[in-house]
Design a protein around this ligand. Sequence first.
Ligand code: LR7
Ligand code: MN
Length: 530
Amino acid sequence: MRKKRKIVFLCLILVWFCGTIYIFWDSLLGKPGTTHTKYDIKTLGLKRYINSYNEEDVQEPVRRHGFNILVSNKIPPDRTIPDARSPKCLSHFSGIPQFLPTTSIIIVFYNEARSALLRTIVSILKRTPEFLLEEILLIDDFSENIEDGSALVNLPKIKLVRNQNREGLIRSRVKGAKLAKGRILTFLDSHCEVNIGWLPPLIQRLSQEPRSVVTPVIDPIDKDSFDYEKLTEILRGGFDWSLNFRWEEQPIDIRKKDEIQPVRTPVMSGSAFSVQKDYFMSMGSLDTKMDIWGGENFELSFRIWMCGGSINIIPCSRVGHILRKKHPYRFPDGNVNTYLRNTRRVAEMWMDEYKRFFYAARPSSRMQTYGDLSERRNLRIKLKCQNFRWYLEHIYPQLQLPVSDELAYGHVKQGDYCLDLDPGQLPVITKIRLCSESKEAQDWSWRRKGIIVSNGMCLTSDPLVTHLYVVVQFCNYGDNQRWYRHEKQIVHESSGMCIDSYMANKGLVLADCDNSLDSQHWQLSVENSA
Ligand code: LR7
Ligand code: MN
């Protein structure tokens, strides 16, 4: 009897021992990523969530997502990444004030690699003070597999919304913004890892400066090795006339001595930004008539700066983002068409007479229809925004104007009326009509040779042949097509007479020059001084 009890006792000890070994086996072996934390894959109950890869992934691991899916799947959701901040940030942001507002984090995704999406979420849960985190809003942009999102709804703070159609990131983000409960909105791509202490510096800055947008420094995560690369220099966002975004050095003359001070940026990269919800909504959120991807960061940046706000990069806030070379997903209308269409909306809407440089750099964008802009135009009036010339002078003086042979360009105006024409049968007599930003016939280019061109035709007058009417004809660069400026007048070189609008209902004519006549006074949108 006693012997039997002893055996049972020994068996129990054995079970206990084996159990303990089993539970701690992973950590005893010290395998990276298999230690048990609150957010490891087993504790989360998501071991089977991570994409099982297929034969094609093994052959070409980068093709489906633009980054190496095999490597991504092996990296645990709660991995440690290097703290990328300057040591100065630690003392600066040690105590977080308790009275800061909460943020809703909005992540839109389309067919995102599950391991990357999960790492984004876990990095947020791990490195964000709970009292600042209202919710994580996942907007599934109609991904092929509904479970990409639905399997995550039991994670803390998660709310999931699924689009009924593919909407693209712009409309999806605005949808998230409308649903958000937090006072502050924070947008992130679906393949990021937020770094230690990333959020408080953003929120703190917004509390001090409510009419602004702030962004973290975006550190690259390598698409093959998934190494987190700490950027040592803080760059700012810039662009060229084809509206290509690029990172560039801060100009030396405005660079701050203290490297943790906010950095003003002419444009922001797009995702990874925080803004007060009230302010974002009152400023017109994003242009929801843009499709799929691209250009919305220019639209937002120009609008914020031109309509009284500011955009700053906050060096003590760091977020990693997987840098890929191309889009892994399909664009229903093709990626080039979509980008041209979206950026053409930006140029038409915000760049005023400077849009000509965009068209010169991207002639094929003229082939794209760009939809209705009336709602945006009303917004621009309501918000009393500055013009693009102001933006170039005050926010981005570093952007060089293309070298050109233009003396002047844009509208040729008398008050609200503009030099206009009706293309059709030749000769075309010029008129004046109410100015309109979108009418190509009102867009003139005055070249150094003295010719004034619209729609590829030259402003012409011939006292004999055209009976003093000012018309447009095919360019022949003769004396009858050359003009010069005298005071406010436009003088016809061969006759010495001036363009006059006194017979405006019939058309513009040449008349003897008299600078006291308002009907001979013309303004030009942009006159180059040189
Ligand atoms: O149809 C789509 N539906 C979507 O939901 C297409 C995309 N998306 C999602 C996608 O899953 C991703 O989460 O939208 C997000 C952005 O798409 P990406 O990752 O293909 O864009 P990107 O990294 O090439 O693009 C940058 O430029 C874009 C211009 O439209 C956006 O502004 C992106 O937010 C921007 N990304 C960054 O600025 C990197 C920093 C983000 C972080 C952290
Ligand atoms: Mn991205």
